[in-house]
Design a protein around this ligand. Sequence first.
Ligand code: IDP
Ligand code: MG
Length: 162
Amino acid sequence: MLQEQEVHAAEMERTFIAIKPDGVQRGLIAEIISRFERKGFKLVAIKIVVPSKDFAQKHYHDLKERPFFNGLCDFLSSGPVIAMVWEGEGVIKYGRKLIGATDPQKSEPGTIRGDLAVVVGRNIIHGSDGPETAQDEIKLWFKPEELVSYMISGEKWIYGDN
Ligand code: IDP
Ligand code: MG
């Protein structure tokens, strides 16, 4: 039988977040991770990877009809990407809030793109846009055994204990 804490962890929502090649090259890895971490979300998977163009096309398959699709996939596969899975209550929707609007010119100050990026083609970070895409993207980028379920000792100070 699962411990109560494990049940809590098992039910938690997860999202796929990636720092794109521009974010990595600009030295923003720690800054971006820190914003998710300080919020209270939990990092459950992370790796550095240079995606192939074919892989980038799979990741962005929804956008294949858009004029920028080819350039976008070339860019995503142009260098190291930090692929991550973050866990927490409401992390899919709130992760998108932390990230800000797709076009950094329209992102609010205080968001990652608002504070750290200028143009839509170099907006430094990706985040799943809903529960289904989160599930699909986590599956595309990670093997199940690469996801780590664990408790953080201070978790009750984020969620309370009931
Ligand atoms: P999202 O990253 O905020 O979810 P999407 O519409 O899913 O935005 O687009 C995926 C990525 O494609 C964006 O993050 C951005 O890098 C790129 N992109 C979106 N729209 C444009 C555009 O009009 N020109 C160039 N690149 C774009
Ligand atoms: Mg998107």
